[in-house]
Design a binder for this molecule. Sequence first.
Ligand code: NDP
Length: 330
Amino acid sequence: AVEIRLKSRPQGWPTAENFEIVEAEVPTPEPGQVLVRNIAMSVDPYMRGRMNDTKSYVEPYRLGKAMLGGAVGEVVTSTVDSLKPGDVVLHHLGWREYAVVDAKQAVKVDPDLAPVTTYLGVLGMPGLTAYAGLLEVAAFKEGDTVFVSGAAGAVGQVVGQVAKLRGAARVIGSAGSAEKVRYLVEELGFDAAFNYKDGPVAEQLAAAAPDGIDVYFDNVGGEHLEAAISSLNLHGRVAVCGMISQYNSTEPTPAPRNLGMLIGKRLTVRGMLVGDHYHLQQQFMQEVGGWIRDGKLRYSETVVEGIRNAPEAFLGLLRGENTGKMVVTF
Ligand code: NDP
């Protein structure tokens, strides 16, 4: 059974050389565990951080060991009453074909309710990140003008649409290609969108939001955050969710140069981790699940086939080759 191990730690941008594709033995479950054949796995930006040997909010990946990450798979053998062969579960042992999972760490999902990949995306961790980040961390309220960066990605596509459905006055997104900008405006109903590669973010944002913004959902950091601070209105709020523009940096990156504006504008800037917001899980599944069922909320997935292509899928994610959630199926 194939598994993908971390072979070396990247300096700057990772490459295929940092990964090792290995044929390993199919493991045997101990009491309390289940053997799962994975069907789909997630590649996520936070995995870049885990490739470094630095102290963070998640453990670094270990050299020579299989990598970890969200996955959905089918139970093959079970030692517990709560799960039986054929059940489909969400768990944290991706990057491998077969996983032995502690039954307590496996969450049963319903493959008839929604495609299994959605439990890694729009109905999974990224979807909840969007929902909780907007509603709880940024304290979004009806009538707000919202700006989201990384808007055509897994988290961003949900942020913009939840804002619209919850009564935003105006929703603006930024993304890295003309096609993604078109997707945001024409398919997801964003009021405006721009390609951050076309010119200074501050200018493009100011043009898209002539009356300023009330909420910034930050997936990118750097120039985007600086531009947002300049465009934020009095009592504006920022959910700092990610800073993907810096994940491959080898040098410390300059802070936004306009932090002084936080004072006069009385801005609130809050970092977030989705793990703190699982109390919203049920509400999220009901509200967002309902919108999807009613065709009010749309989503994209970029699906790469074959576990051996998982490293390339991950590298492609960092380069922006995905629209919506990047997943690997096998
Ligand atoms: P995405 O699906 O958004 O994929 C990453 C995207 O980032 C790419 O598609 C690319 O799109 C964009 N990107 C890459 N480099 C840059 C750059 N230099 N400047 C601007 N955009 C760039 O990933 P997710 O939706 O899964 O994650 C989005 C963000 O949310 C990440 O920063 C991630 O770390 C964070 N996150 C945080 C969580 C938390 O608990 N705090 C939980 C989940 C995610 P493009 O073509 O537009 O450049």
